[in-house]
Design a protein around this ligand. Structure first.
Ligand SMILES: Cc1cc2nc3c(=O)[nH]c(=O)nc-3n(C[C@H](O)[C@H](O)[C@H](O)COP(=O)(O)OP(=O)(O)OC[C@H]3O[C@@H](n4cnc5c(N)ncnc54)[C@H](O)[C@@H]3O)c2cc1C
Length: 492
């Protein structure tokens, strides 16, 4: 029976794996390179302003409840999740807006601004996707099948044919909605999956569905309050977490991962090694075997602004998304540069939780999608891009009645893909990991267990099941099951 597991990286996937493995009886040590756990879900504090670095919203709260239950505790005893309604508001240049939320009548009313018969269409969209969502989670999403046949073989065939794999997300949305505004809003989630609504499979209509149907949540104290709660529970059940202990390499001997070597030269042997570092980056850390040859198709990068505003900003909701007039062109340009008509996302945590900013002030997080480092190329000037993005965000906000000038920004912190890569080892500066194109899902996505190296496992955004906090937390359970099954079989 494998007893000692080393986890490299304390992102949410790594912490979830640690909890599940510990609950199964393993000795678990987590080595994290940074001073704080959480990975992309980190925290910056400056002059009493508190910023979550990456994720700003939670969906599928039951996933976090199940994580705490696996650790013998109740999530509500550690952190309070606040529902957000409206969950998000979309803005267009002509002044039109669309508010999403989980109240069906209010949502239908919002949709009817753009499409008079939207009430019935929305009902049909929700019904179709409720079935699809259940089917995907019951049969496909949480599978580590190695082949397409093993993946889809056991699943009932009729719902498989209705997954919309053969059409794009936009085409799928067009089956329900004629309005290009509704489609642009619901399709905009494609960016986080590394494509555009015109290229990603229609199956991903479950993303906007999940948000509409199950709602969005914000932990009191910020996303990092949830991260701290998970860390606390992990340590309470006996997981050992070592921060500021970067792992330099994973040592493979005779086809088996035997140990990790830390930056300070220490070697730590283990029965199993779970890497929470981005999969392509992990591949570069493996010593003693041939490197994997694969072209990694990554999600875009981001330029993120963390602004402490010296006054209260009234007129924005918690989550706001500013869309371009021509999304098709913006998605295309995003592959190699900042789009001319810049889409961006704004989160105002202090709207929901006043403790995020000093009295009379606001915290503002702005996420501007950008190309990855290789997409932008070596000569790309990130400083210029940042300056341009800042100006355009402020201009666009002004267009929508939010009067903010650079002098209102009392505190500014900025991360480009260069910082995202340096801070967390994100391959190619990609913010959300390996993309979810048709060629990167199911058995075509790197599985939780390395197929070539015994004793080496993966958890996190670039492996199975995929990106986003709930997915990497679910991945923690999946990888723990793989480690435990191998330990029982004693074959690896
Ligand atoms: C800007 C942004 C906004 C986002 N918004 C949302 C959102 O609103 N909702 C949502 O659900 N998801 C969101 N996401 C996605 C979500 O943050 C990620 O999918 C998730 O946090 C990834 O977790 P992970 O398990 O892959 O670990 P990561 O967060 O990638 O953590 C990996 C850890 O490994 C550590 N590490 C790296 N190299 C080494 C080494 N050599 N030795 C030791 N440790 C190492 C890193 O420091 C890090 O702590 C967002 C992401 C970004 C970037």
């Amino acid at each position: 029976m494998s007893k000692h597991v080393v986890i490299v990286g304390a992102g949410l996937g790594g912490l979830s794996a640690a909890i599940h493995l510990r609950a199964m009886g393993f000795d678990v040590d987590v080595y994290e390179k940074n001073t704080q756990v959480g990975g992309r879900a980190n925290r910056i504090e400056r002059d009493e302003f508190r910023f979550d670095t990456g994720p700003s919203l939670i969906n599928y709260p039951w996933v976090f409840e199940q994580l705490f239950a696996a650790a013998g505790a109740a999530l509500r005893d550690y952190v309070e999740l606040l529902p957000l309604d409206p969950s998000v508001e979309f803005y267009w240049r002509d002044g039109s807006r669309l508010q999403l939320g989980s109240d069906f009548e209010r949502l239908a009313h919002q949709f009817e601004q753009f499409e008079p018969t939207a009430h019935a269409k929305l009902a049909a969209f929700l019904a179709t996707n409720a079935e699809r969502f259940r089917f995907l989670f019951d049969h496909l999403v949480l599978s580590n099948a190695r082949t397409i046949a093993a993946w889809i073989g056991p699943a009932p065939k009729r719902p498989l044919l209705r997954l919309g794999l053969h059409r794009s997300l936009d085409a799928e949305l067009a089956r329900f909605f004629r309005s290009d505004r509704i489609r642009a809003a619901l399709g905009s989630y494609a960016m986080y999956l590394g494509g555009s609504p015109y290229s990603l499979p229609g199956t991903f209509s479950i993303l906007p569905f999940g948000e509409l149907y199950y709602g969005l949540w914000y932990p009191r104290g910020g996303i990092y309050a949830l991260v701290e709660a998970i860390r606390r529970r992990a340590e309470e059940i006996g997981v050992r977490i070592f921060c500021k202990r970067p792992v330099r390499s994973i040592v493979v001997t005779n086809g088996r991962a035997q140990a990790v070597q830390l930056d300070d030269g220490t070697t730590v042997t283990a029965d199993a090694i779970v890497s929470n570092v981005d999969v392509p980056t992990t591949q570069q850390m493996v010593q003693g075997t041939r490197p994997v040859r694969r072209r990694w198709t990554m999600t875009p990068g981001v330029i993120t602004f963390y602004w402490g505003i010296s006054r209260v900003v009234e007129c924005l909701h918690h989550h706001c998304i500013f869309l371009p007039d021509d999304p098709r062109t913006a998605y295309r340009q995003l592959r190699s540069r900042l789009p001319e008509d810049l889409p961006f996302y704004v989160c105002m945590p202090s709207r929901t939780d006043s403790s995020a900013a000093p009295t009379g002030c606001s915290t503002m997080f702005v996420l501007v999608p950008s190309p990855t480092l290789s997409g932008a190329g070596n000569s790309f000037d990130w400083q210029r891009a940042t300056d341009r993005a800042r100006n355009e965000v402020l201009q666009r906000l002004r267009l929508h009645g939010v009067e903010l000038s650079p002098s209102d920004i009392a505190v500014e912190h900025v991360w480009t893909p260069l910082e995202w890569q340096a801070e967390f080892g994100l391959y190619d500066g990609s913010a959300f990991g390996l993309s979810h194109t048709l060629w990167n899902i199911g058995p075509l996505r790197p599985p939780n267990r390395d197929p070539r190296i015994a004793g080496l496992y993966y958890v996190g955004a670039s492996t199975t099941p995929g990106t986003g906090l709930p997915m990497v937390v679910l991945g923690g359970k999946m990888v723990a099951q793989e480690v435990a099954a191998d330990a029982r079989r004693r074959v690896r």
